[in-house]
Ligand binder design. Structure first.
Ligand code: CUA
Length: 326
């Protein structure tokens, strides 16, 4: 399956910049980045100017400063060597070191300070997102209240992944053997693009997610909505779809309130509430659901979900049912 056979689904926006910080941790990192850029630029300019001046002066200068081997350094030369070779590096590197330590401390908040705890588990190639206090499980979208300190507990179900939302915080690895923690907050409600930032196999590039920040009341409403079991099928067509799903999809997917309780793939209880499917590869529309279920490999080559062996009618019924999972 080459890229030319990819069904016509719009590509997600991958734009996200560390230089457009929207949260406390990202802002601290952005400040450090600018400090390093300015200090580095000044040092580079001073060294470049010194080099040019030295090259222009060297041929027609004679005298005790001229550095005959074994003769030692004298006067102005000694001041340049000690000032530029010892004092300047010690001062600039110490400044950057202190600033780095201050930023490292500022982005590490005590666990007791977190108002919301979210567990994120990396899988090849999608994200499982659990709200342990509310009993909610979703995928590929991390919903948080804006202007609130949120503790993320990160782990992996298979290989090493890395959780990175450039606008909100730095990268933190997800490991199979231990839980890493990351504290984030968002200044304003909005949708912030995240990517896996550690090469984790064939579809590493398509292991995307969003952090969705709500107004605090909106977050509670979202959580209450997600806590509901799946909606019952709306008509006979969707009822048929549910029966097919319980037969064909239940080994890997959970749909709470039905016979589907698998844990290999994303929880689909409220899949239609999510903006995209396949960890970001396609919008949650009827057309892309149909393409995805019929042959996910055509959209995301190597994905662990097998193509469904369904008749066209069964496929339509499954899509009709999945569309009711709001
Ligand atoms: Cu997961 Cu790269």
């Amino acid at each position: 399956m080459g890229i030319l056979s990819r069904p016509n689904v719009p590509s997600p926006s991958l734009f996200a910049s560390v230089l457009d910080p929207q949260g406390s941790a990202a802002r601290s990192i952005d400040d450090l980045w600018w400090l390093m850029a300015v200090v580095g630029t000044i040092v580079f300019a001073v060294v470049a100017i010194g080099l040019v001046v030295g090259l222009r002066r060297a041929p027609d200068r004679e005298g005790p400063d001229h550095g005959i081997p074994g003769d030692g350094l004298h006067g102005a030369t000694r001041r340049w060597v000690v000032g530029g070779g010892v004092v300047l590096p010690v001062v600039t590197i110490s400044l950057v070191l202190v600033a780095t330590v201050v930023v490292m401390r500022s982005v590490t908040v005590d666990v007791e300070d977190a108002d919301v705890v979210v567990e994120v588990t990396g899988h090849q190639w999608w994200w499982e997102v659990t709200y342990p206090d509310a009993g909610v499980v979703t995928a590929n979208e991390v919903h948080i209240p804006a202007r609130t300190t949120v503790l993320l507990r990160l782990r992996s179900a298979d290989v090493i992944h890395s959780f990175w939302v450039p606008a909100l915080a730095g990268k933190v690895d997800l490991l199979p053997e231990r839980v890493n923690e990351l504290v984030i907050d968002a200044d304003e409600p909005g949708r912030y693009t995240g990517r896996c930032a550690e090469f984790c196999g064939l579809q590493h590039t398509n292991m995307g997610f969003d952090v969705v920040a709500h107004e605090p009341g909106g977050f509670e409403a979202w959580l209450a909505d997600q806590r509901r079991p799946a909606s019952a099928p709306v008509d006979g067509w969707a009822t048929t779809g549910l029966a097919v799903v319980e037969q064909e999809c239940a080994a890997c997917h959970t749909i709470r309130g039905t016979g589907a309780g698998g844990r290999e793939g994303p929880d689909l209880t409220h899949v239609m509430s999510r903006e995209r499917i396949g960890a970001g590869v396609a919008p949650t529309t009827r057309d892309s659901l149909r393409s995805w279920i019929a042959d996910p490999h055509a959209i995301k080559d190597g994905v662990l979900m097998p193509a469904a062996e369904l008749t066209s009618d069964e496929l339509d019924a499954v899509v009709a049912y999945v569309e009711s999972l709001d």
